[in-house]
Ligand binder design. Sequence first.
Ligand SMILES: CC(C)(COP(=O)(O)OP(=O)(O)OC[C@H]1O[C@@H](n2cnc3c(N)ncnc32)[C@H](O)[C@@H]1OP(=O)(O)O)[C@@H](O)C(=O)NCCC(=O)NCCS
Length: 146
Amino acid sequence: MRELNLEPVPVSDALKAALTSAGLLTDDLEGADRAYFALVDSDGGIVGYSGFETCDEASVLLRSVVVVPEFRSNGLGRRLVELTLAKLPIAAEVYLATTSAAPFFESFGFTPIQRDQAPNAILSTRQLSGLCPASATIMRLNRPPT
Ligand SMILES: CC(C)(COP(=O)(O)OP(=O)(O)OC[C@H]1O[C@@H](n2cnc3c(N)ncnc32)[C@H](O)[C@@H]1OP(=O)(O)O)[C@@H](O)C(=O)NCCC(=O)NCCS
């Protein structure tokens, strides 16, 4: 397996360009409660990005998951999500919103939920309260009991 590392990155033009080209939101990237990562291969090349938003002590929004198009369908998205989930607080409920990749996230244990099943802390993020289409699927991660 190729060597891959998940490295923290600031909001940058490269991150914005990767998200924009995948149709993902960039208007709400800034904020002290948000963190972003680059998936870096052994040559130092960035093959994807991810991020999360801490909504309150109990809930986290996984966001900004993108693999650079020429590297897709090689298992990198799977690795990117696995490494990102490992960075999240163990006790937090993890949510996401997606318009096109719900089956991809189901393979990690995310299941679709109704909007009224999501906590206010998630619904009041800019993603869920305005920027993301109402048709987006909201998903929650079912973690095995610890
Ligand atoms: C979704 C995305 C990150 C997947 O990256 P990837 O590197 O192609 O994913 P992988 O190669 O690790 O695929 C893992 C599995 O998920 C499946 N899969 C990948 N993208 C999928 C999608 N959009 N819908 C359904 N299944 C998908 C693959 O077929 C593969 O299945 P397999 O293991 O049975 O072969 C990538 O397609 C992407 O960047 N999309 C645009 C941005 C986006 O939609 N992000 C999610 C919202 S935040």
